[in-house]
Design a protein around this ligand. Structure first.
Ligand code: ATP
Ligand code: MG
Length: 358
């Protein structure tokens, strides 16, 4: 027991020294946050900010289907976490005046799980399949047939006496969502009549998201504060709404309740989210790269040791955004700092950063 307790304490210490994986600027969300998000979700297409191209294309698909009085083609929504896939799936059902059935790839481990959902569908319903790339293989086959022929084979009996009874399904629409469109097998991808790819949002679009959210939450958000929060939100509405909630906390506890530019800056300073939306881990990686390894190239493992993290954490948690922002380059010889990194850290760019790529 004593040994256990001692080990437990040691682990705790280790954990507090490490960077929180659930920092304020990560794009994923846990169940608690997803529940809080529900209140801020746009309900109709007209409220959905940004994504002009996808919005216009999808509106046409839906309007045409409504005009014909038929269920529209199946829709696939792809894109990084927090950009509005679930929100759009709900909007699709609302715009069609249809009810929405929700399930997800991980929830469908056997063909039978999917058969049960499919055989209970009613005419015109929208079936939302979240994380569709994680659906089990045997269920995938069943889904092909259901999407194309509106039919599902229900297995009756067991063992040698088992037989498949074909069951006709009423017309319905699958809306699939995935963060990893590349993992979808081609035959599944082909069964979607429309694919919308969601991209990161521009700062002025996130400003609109924030002003709308502030209105719903009933908090006074100044225009300049909205701009400041938007520019630190990594192009992601989920992060924008999350930062807004933290700025509101600061304004209520330390300020006068107004979300002014000064309040936004002070709050984000407390939460260690800098001007570009980098957090402590991101900055630690950049600082190690520039100050300890002269800008690189340095191997991932060495870099990870320098910031006290697992290589996998650095690679999957911190790097994607740093690469996207043009702060880190990946070369065959390792990671390198790009000129923007030195500037961001307030350091002098080495005279010839080009040689670092050699
Ligand atoms: N275009 C938008 N306009 C306004 N708010 C948005 C928009 N897109 C997303 N949001 C808000 O961002 C939050 C996250 O959106 P959503 O849950 O739809 O993301 P997602 O793409 O499904 O993410 P995940 O891949 O993690 O499931 C929601 O609270 C939603 O209200
Ligand atoms: Mg979602």
């Amino acid at each position: 027991m004593a040994e256990h307790a001692a080990r437990g304490e040691g682990d705790d210490e280790l954990v507090t020294e490490r960077f929180p994986a659930d920092s304020l600027v990560r794009s994923g969300a846990d169940d608690v946050e997803r529940a809080a998000e529900a209140a801020l979700r746009p309900r109709r297409m007209a409220e959905f900010v940004g994504q002009r191209v996808v919005r216009e294309q999808l509106s046409l698909v839906l309007q045409a289907a409504r005009g014909r009085g038929r269920a529209p083609d199946h829709v696939l929504l792809s894109g990084p976490p927090g950009l509005g896939k679930t929100t759009l799936a709900m909007i699709i059902a609302a715009e069609l005046g249809a009810s929405l059935r929700v399930t997800s790839g991980p929830a469908i481990q056997h063909a039978g799980d999917l058969a049960a959902v499919l055989s209970s569908l009613e005419e015109g319903e929208v079936l939302f399949l979240d994380e569709i790339h994680r659906i089990a293989r045997p269920a995938e086959e069943l889904l092909y047939v259901a999407m194309e022929d509106f039919r599902v084979d229900v297995m009756v009996g067991k063992g040698a006496g088992a037989s498949a009874i074909p069951l006709a399904l009423p017309p319905f629409t699958v809306v699939g969502a995935t963060t990893r469109a590349g993992l979808l097998p081609a035959p599944l991808r082909d069964r979607f009549g429309f694919t919308g790819h969601l991209d990161f949002y521009a700062t002025d679009e996130l400003e609109q998201v924030l002003l709308r959210s502030a209105g719903l939450l009933g908090v006074p958000l100044a225009g300049a504060a909205a701009r400041e929060i938007a520019s630190r939100s990594r192009g992601t509405p989920r992060i924008a709404n999350r930062l807004l909630r933290r700025v509101r906390d600061w304004a209520e506890v330390r300020g006068d309740g107004t979300l002014s530019l000064a309040a936004a800056r002070a709050a984000l300073e407390v939460y260690e989210v800098d001007q570009r939306g980098l957090d402590r881990l991101d900055r630690a990686v950049l600082e190690a790269l520039c100050q300890r390894f002269g800008g690189g190239p340095v191997g991932l493992t060495t870099l990870a040791v320098a910031v006290g993290e697992e290589p996998e954490t650095v690679e999957t948690v911190a790097e994607p955004f740093l690469v996207r922002e043009g702060l880190i380059g990946r070369t065959p010889r390792g990671r390198v700092a790009l000129p923007a990194t030195w500037e961001h850290l307030g350091l002098t760019v080495p005279r010839d950063p080009g040689t670092l790529f050699g």
